[in-house]
Design a protein around this ligand. Structure first.
Ligand code: G
Ligand code: G
Ligand code: MN
Length: 431
């Protein structure tokens, strides 16, 4: 503490971080700037001596309340900087942060005055490689600014190694940000039109979720849906998707676009107790015709728990909701599978559709699925149609509905309205 409150502290700490960078390999570590928010007020209301004593108290407290091997270092007159090594996961780091902010839950008796200070933390988490100590400290300062701006006790930012998709810290950052994504309104829906295979006229929409996070950017659903399922947050998100989709379906009707909407249901969401009641209630709230809602459930999800799932699907169907088997073909279901599943629609996976022009085997599979689905009275959707040649072949195979980039990518709502206005809607625009 001999250089306490001096600018040299900053340089010293950079050296400490550089040493840590050299010493530890492959671990995650966190840099935390710990700021005593009320030091300036204390200095004015009391005197510098009291402020300074509180600062020393905080230094002792931090040393007592961190682990062996963690480093606590003075930075400026109201800040310390901490280096925590070997951070295991999101929960681990948040535990540490929550422990540190406990400093402000105590009162400190200094020179016969009872002193108290709020604290704010700026946290930066990184893997060891490549990043400079200067950048690390800068990033922790950025987190601190963010926390001040958001009036939160702490904020965490991350350094993500773009090159390695599987980098642990990336999934760490992803999971951590995912926890608050719903509350922070970071999810939104896009809508991909489905068209009649013969006429190209719009006949429906698929709602597809998107996640735009301020730190991570746009994260594809294939990356985050599994985490939502793992943490059981998926049900809250499904609820959001369902309600948003139903609301927009009504909104479109008000614009004279009468189009049924499909919502993707993860197996976990389907297995919620009384899911049929939950869905019916949502429909009642927004006032949709139940036949304007379809649930897309993946073939693999349906294969898991057949008996129970069949009864759930039957309950849902009772009210007139459409059931669609998504990604069909990827689960290698036996053909007899169709007999048992109470579905109305089969969506052939894009991996089969995309090669039907060139690949005879794929062509045969698609042809067989379409014939068989029709035998069982199911409508067939081909997804992933990217060119007119593919569309033409699907027409000859009597496919009912087409979806794919050739017609439209998934669109945000405003662009969907424009797209629909440009397309011929005789078969679906109401009077
Ligand atoms: O458009 P695309 O990249 O969005 O979708 C990727 C995958 O994510 C698809 O398999 C799709 O079914 C799935 N998906 C998209 N939106 C949702 C959703 O709201 N819920 C669930 N469970 N899956 C979704
Ligand atoms: O829920 P499902 O797996 O059916 O989701 C459809 C997925 O396919 C989404 O990721 C959607 O963005 C994507 N998609 C839709 N049309 C096309 C297309 O024509 N080509 C490709 N490559 N992907 C598509
Ligand atoms: Mn789907």
């Amino acid at each position: 503490m001999n250089k306490l409150n001096s600018y040299d502290n900053y340089i010293d700490f950079l050296n400490i971080v550089d040493d840590a960078l050299a010493e530890v390999n492959n671990d995650n570590f966190a840099i935390i700037i710990f700021k005593l928010n009320d030091i300036h007020d204390i200095n004015t209301s009391y005197n510098y001596n009291i402020g300074n004593k509180l600062y020393h108290r905080a230094y002792e407290w931090l040393n007592d309340n961190t682990r062996d091997g963690d480093i606590v270092h003075p930075l400026t007159i109201d800040k310390f900087v901490l280096l925590l090594k070997d951070i295991k996961n999101t929960g681990h780091l948040k535990l540490a942060a929550n422990k540190l902010i406990q400093f402000s839950s105590e009162y400190y008796s200094i020179d016969e005055s009872v002193i108290f200070s709020q604290v704010t933390l700026g946290i930066f988490l990184t893997t060891i490689k490549k990043i400079s100590s200067i950048r690390i400290l800068q990033n922790a300062e950025i987190s601190l600014e963010l926390a001040d701006k958001n009036k939160t006790s702490y904020e965490i930012t991350y350094e993500i190694d773009e090159k390695s998709e599987k980098n642990e810290i990336k999934s760490f950052a992803l999971k951590s940000n995912l926890e608050t994504a719903l509350e922070n309104n970071e999810f939104y829906l896009t809508y991909q039109p489905k068209v009649n295979a013969n006429t190209g006229t719009p006949v429906g929409l698929e709602a597809l979720i998107r996640w735009n996070n301020p730190q991570l950017g746009l994260v594809p659903p294939d990356l985050f849906i599994p985490y939502l399922e793992e943490s059981r947050k998926i049900n809250l998100v499904t609820d959001f998707v369902l309600n948003t989709a139903l609301r927009k379906q009504i909104d479109l009707s008000n614009h004279n676009f009468q189009l049924p909407i499909s919502v993707n249901f993860s197996a976990i969401s389907l297995q919620q107790p009384m899911i049929d009641k939950i869905i019916n209630k949502a429909i009642a709230i927004w006032g949709n015709n139940p036949s304007n809602l379809a649930l897309e459930v993946t073939e693999t999800a349906l294969m898991d728990n057949t008996k129970e799932t069949i009864s759930i699907l039957n309950n849902i169907k009772e009210n007139g909701i459409t059931i669609s088997i998504d990604d069909f073909g990827t689960g290698y279901s036996s053909l007899s599978y169709f007999k048992n599943i109470p579905a109305d629609e089969v969506k052939i996976d894009k991996s089969f559709i995309q090669n039907i022009i060139h690949d005879r085997a794929d062509y045969d599979v698609v042809k067989t699925i379409i014939c068989l689905a029709h035998d069982f009275g199911h409508s067939v959707v081909a997804e992933g149609v990217e060119n007119i040649e593919t569309w033409n072949i699907l027409k000859t195979l009597n496919c009912d509905v087409i979806q794919g980039y050739y017609f439209s990518k998934p669109l945000i709502y405003e662009d969907l309205l424009k797209w629909l206005a440009r397309h011929n809607l005789d078969s679906c625009a109401s009077a």
